[in-house]
Design a protein around this ligand. Structure first.
Ligand SMILES: Nc1ncnc2c1ncn2[C@@H]1O[C@H](COP(=O)(O)OP(=O)(O)OP(=O)(O)O)[C@@H](O)[C@H]1O
Ligand SMILES: [Mg+2]
Length: 214
């Protein structure tokens, strides 16, 4: 659950919103609508912590994982497509990185052995063994063919990047999914796939869209 108390935001003299009190509960899909420039993206940024409000607070139930459709198409330029998707689950990705670094050490110590055992247990608990397959399936469903899965993000055609960032947000069954205009740059077939994905999704979705049907 996400609780919003007395939230307010203004840029200089311009008040975007004030005294907002809302609750987003599990299992619902919420659509955020409003005219261009009304403050939808800004509201989502406050939810995700990318923007501080002028007043009030956002409280997210402890232990709940929020995933966001990233807007910066260059943020993952140095990573492969498949790794970019897995990075959507930050906790799992940190474990993968730490494990890889330990296994690559030329002077692997007894302490390193104990640490890797801990990491392997957490990795298995998070269904890490299926992570690559799950990421690849999401990518394929979003129209990113296997030939591209090991390509570096900076080498990907610009119009395909949003699909990869969408796969990243959907990866690993987040508790709260925040999507700002996810259908931009998607074809009808992929939009329809995303509609079905969201319909089947059991957790909370908060989505901004100008596509009325969607
Ligand atoms: N950092 C900022 N400083 C000052 N003004 C800002 C800032 N960020 C956004 N704004 C202004 O706040 C208003 C709301 O912007 P926002 O991007 O949230 O709108 P939106 O509802 O998402 O619009 P759209 O439908 O076009 O995406 C706009 O007038 C914008 O110019
Ligand atoms: Mg916007």
């Amino acid at each position: 659950m996400i609780q919003i108390n007395n939230l307010g935001l203004q840029f200089g003299k311009r008040v975007l919103f004030e005294d907002v009190n809302l609750k987003f509960v599990e299992g619902n899909c919420y659509g955020v609508i409003g005219a261009n420039g009304a403050g939808k993206s800004t509201f989502l940024k406050i939810l995700t912590g990318d923007q501080d409000p002028t007043k009030g607070q956002v409280t997210i139930e402890p232990g709940k994982r929020m995933a966001v459709l990233k807007q910066d198409h260059h943020e993952f330029d140095e990573f492969s497509v498949l790794n970019t998707v897995m990075m959507g689950h930050n906790q799992l990705w940190k474990i993968i990185e730490e494990k890889d670094a330990l296994y690559a050490k030329p002077d692997f110590s007894e302490a390193d052995g104990m640490r890797t055992a801990e990491l392997e247990a957490e990795f298995a608990e998070m269904d890490g063994w299926n992570a690559e397959t799950d990421a690849a399936t999401l990518l394929s469903n979003l129209g990113i063919k296997e030939d591209y899965h090991y390509t570096t993000m900076s080498d990907m055609p610009a119009e395909l990047k949003v699909r990869i960032l969408l796969a990243q947000a959907l990866f690993g069954n987040p508790d709260i999914l925040v999507l700002d205009e996810p259908t931009n740059d998607l074809d009808i077939k992929t939009i329809s796939w995303l509609e079905d994905f969201i319909l089947d999704f059991k957790n909370t979705v908060i989505v901004v869209s100008h596509d009325r049907h969607f």
